[in-house]
Design a protein around this ligand. Structure first.
Ligand SMILES: [Zn+2]
Ligand SMILES: [Zn+2]
Length: 240
């Protein structure tokens, strides 16, 4: 939705920085000063994407993933979920600030292209779905909107309705244990269209923020039960 909107008005509006509101010439609508000051990750775990606290060699996994790796192959986030990224993502999701969503997704698209330099990109993007009532009240799925930008700048198609959330769940952040989070999401997702997925061996699962990994794990588990495929999770932000 916002994607088409942004396409039509992008050329008509002067570019302003999504962080400070000053004029921004850059394509990403983030001025140079803010671009330099935005939080960045250091070396991250190759599997789950959390920042490694030093002491571990680059190209390594965190201790949790060494003991029990996630079902998906990798999780890559552009930004740590700290100020001002947390507020920017919230404005995108809850206040329909599509300009912010577009800019952050452009940064994600650059990281995506850089990551797959010299190797095959995923064949398909799958946005993490929202439950119908949530989708109706918000009016858009932020993950689908991110996918639109990735499809344009990375050349990978999106299967917008392949995944469906069939059960309304409690917010994952309200769960106090990993077991509760897992139980909360049991049978919450389904694949509504396997035909578009048949023969696909490399999928990118797209979400706005990855926090506990319970959602991405649940979806990856469901996909892997049906199909042997590599699953890379991509998100705008990852909690520390
Ligand atoms: Zn700025
Ligand atoms: Zn890890």
């Amino acid at each position: 939705m916002f994607y088409e909107l942004m396409q039509s008005i992008r050329c008509a509006l002067p570019r302003t920085c999504i962080v400070c509101g000053q004029t921004a010439d850059a394509d990403y609508s983030i001025c140079n000063d803010c671009g330099c000051e935005l939080p960045k990750f250091g070396d991250c775990c190759l599997r789950c994407g959390i920042e490694l606290n030093g002491g571990l060699a680059k190209e390594s996994c965190c201790s949790s993933c060494q003991l029990c790796p996630p079902i998906f192959n990798s999780c890559i986030a552009v930004f740590p979920y700290v100020s001002p990224i947390d507020k920017l993502v919230a404005d995108f999701k809850f206040s329909a600030r599509f300009d912010i969503g577009y800019s952050l997704s452009r940064v994600l698209a650059s990281a995506f292209n850089a990551y797959y330099t010299g190797m095959a990109k995923p064949e398909l993007l799958l946005p993490v779905p929202l439950y119908k009532s949530r989708l109706d009240s918000r009016g858009f799925n932020q993950a689908s909107e991110i996918c639109n930008v990735l499809t344009e700048y990375c050349g990978v198609p999106t299967a917008h309705s392949a995944l469906r959330k069939i059960r309304n769940t409690e917010p994952q952040t309200s769960m106090t244990s990993a077991a509760a989070r897992k139980a909360n999401l049991r049978r919450a997702f389904t694949v509504s269209r396997w035909d578009g997925l048949s023969g696909v061996t490399h999928i990118a699962l797209i979400d706005d923020v990855v926090t506990t990994m319970a959602t991405t794990q649940a979806i990856s588990n469901m996909l892997r039960e049906q199909q042997d495929c590599r699953i890379d999770v991509w998100c705008l932000a990852r909690t520390l």
